[in-house]
Design a protein around this ligand. Structure first.
Ligand code: NOJ
Ligand code: MG
Length: 529
């Protein structure tokens, strides 16, 4: 039996506002993405996931949708979308869309109807509750972006629930009409040839039937975002969510080999429940562990082992190093470590998701207060939660606006954009871009990396070594997390190895003895003979 395409694929996340502008409005769009498909083929990824492109007031930059079956004018048209699908497929790439089923925009016609009166047929599509007995919100649940998660509608005298902005009311997934409507949304896009969905906040879909208060988080220091003040025991991750997800899976399967990825921020032992009891959940519950693991050999090894141990039989792993909600990896661990991190991401067992711009090593970008766009950053300033620094435009060349646009982009470029760009970096065989491309090429060429078994070889001080094997092919990855050189010896030695790639020296293909010396922050991929 052949493996499903997504097991050996590398997914590349595109934040559409920031990839390529084609019409000179300073905001990326679908025609822009289409014009860069050849770059993605050159880079060597297999699938693109595009963050939301549907009509939206853009209060949360597309995660607030007014029409699930359209394309926002800012991004293009349905015809343009169809052209993108066709051209993506013509290049042998897959295209995954973002599905945002937990909430709509407050301007969505469903919500407009729902709030119009208590007796409107759409009233029960959302979560309306009477004020608490003494007045005020029905319970203590907080919004992810700060403040109460309940907003009062004076005209009808009830509160509605929103896990995010007041402009993002939550749908009631216990309502079968809501579920059926969203299934039709999936069919609309799958029928147009989309290869799957990344499903937004999937662990939020079902809430406690009794809307009990969440308990206080005893570990909450006030310098942290307000959402961490309570433990989300009742507002998310309810057991009933898994039946709802199994239904989504059945819809996807009506169309054959389509992929469902679930966005889940939970501890790993809970994340793996989203594979479903009999693997009838999402194919890939996002594993975000690396986004917050301290960058040490021991901590990373522990995460790998814990994840491998927690995976259900037949559950295919996946790894993520960056996305549009979290600080860029190079900002968090530094430029040198970001190179070994890329080697880690692209050699672990499982489907990796690569965030656009991370192949250029884009680090922290300072966003002046006056330019802050992200609603979370605006509502809780000073806590470092603003997501704009991770959403700055892709940098293509050394021209004034980095080839992204012909005018000032919606968010600033990096200060070093005249050198940190695709055109310059592809000429340099030691650049981060060349490294990522080499990693993708080696992954493609070596079955053991794309699909082989994982075995931890050694964790010692700053050193982490592991082996990937399949059908007699063995690939060894050795990473130095530290600032001093370290030596690793193939055990049992003496064996023969060939260095295929080093993060410091590029592609080598040279014979090595059983002993490998790694410089600071150096990683190497070895073929074991
Ligand atoms: C998760 C998305 O990734 C994030 O960008 C968004 O703000 C929330 N979900 C709400 O949709
Ligand atoms: Mg544009």
């Amino acid at each position: 039996m052949t493996n499903p395409w997504w097991e050996t694929a590398v997914v590349y996340q595109i934040y559409p506002r920031s990839f390529q502008d084609s019409d000179g409005d300073g905001i990326g769009d679908l025609d822009g993405i289409r014009s860069r498909l050849d770059y993605l083929v050159w880079l060597g990824i297999d699938a693109i996931w595009i963050s939301p492109i549907y009509p939206s007031p853009m209060r949360d930059f597309g995660y607030d949708i007014t029409d699930y079956c359209g394309i926002d004018k800012l991004f293009g048209t349905l015809d343009g979308f169809d052209a993108l699908v066709a051209e993506t497929h013509a290049r042998g790439l897959k295209l995954v869309l973002d599905l945002v089923p937990n909430h709509t925009s407050s301007s969505h016609p469903w919500f407009v109807a729902s709030r119009s009166s208590r007796s409107d047929p759409k009233r029960s599509w959302y979560i309306w509750r009477d004020p608490a007995p003494g007045g005020g919100p029905p319970n203590n649940w907080r919004s992810h972006f700060g403040g109460s998660a309940w907003s009062f509608d004076a005209a009808t005298g009830q509160y509605y629930y929103h896990a995010y902005l007041a402009e993002q009311p939550d749908l009631d997934w216990r309502n079968s009409q809501v579920r059926a409507a969203m299934h039709d949304v999936m069919r609309f896009w799958l029928g147009r040839g989309v290869d799957g969905f990344r499903i937004d906040v999937i662990w939020h879909l079902v809430k406690d039937a009794d809307f009990r208060d969440n308990p206080e988080n005893p570990a909450w220091p006030p310098a942290r975002p307000e959402i961490e003040r309570l433990l989300a025991v009742h507002s998310a991750d309810q057991p009933e969510v898994h039946e709802v997800i199994a239904e989504l899976r059945r819809v996807a399967e009506e169309f054959g080999d389509r992929l469902l990825i679930g966005e889940i921020y939970l501890p790993l032992d809970r994340v793996v429940a989203y594979y479903g009891k009999s693997l009838d959940g999402v194919h890939l519950p996002f594993n975000f562990a690396l986004l917050s693991t301290p960058w040490t050999a021991r901590a990373v090894a522990d995460v790998i082992l814990a994840y491998e141990a927690a995976l259900p039989q037949g559950g295919w792993p996946n790894w993520v190093l960056g996305n549009h909600d979290r600080p860029r990896v190079a900002a968090r661990i530094g430029a040198a470590a970001a190179r070994t991190a890329a080697m880690l991401l692209l050699t672990l067992r499982g489907t990796p998701t690569l965030y656009y711009g991370d192949e250029l090593g884009i680090g922290h970008v300072e966003i002046p207060d006056a330019l802050v766009q992200d609603p979370w950053g605006r509502r809780e300033p000073g806590l470092g939660v603003g997501r704009d620094p991770s959403r700055t435009p892709m940098q293509w060349d050394a021209s004034a606006f980095a080839g992204f646009s012909t005018r000032t982009p919606w968010l600033p470029l990096t200060e070093d954009h005249r050198s940190r760009n695709v055109a310059s970096m592809r000429e340099d065989s030691r650049s981060m871009l060349s490294l990522v491309r080499d990693l993708l090429a080696i992954r493609r060429a070596r079955r053991s990396l794309a699909h082989g078994a994982f075995r931890l070889l050694e964790v010692r001080g700053d050193l982490l070594a592991y082996e990937r094997s399949e059908g007699g092919e063995h690939t060894i990855v050795v990473l130095n997390f530290g600032a001093s050189p370290t030596t690793w010896t193939l055990d049992p030695g003496p064996g023969r190895t060939e260095v295929l790639l080093s993060t410091s020296c590029g592609r080598a293909e040279e014979e090595a003895g059983p002993e490998i010396v790694l410089g600071p922050d150096e990683g190497a991929i070895l073929a074991a003979k």
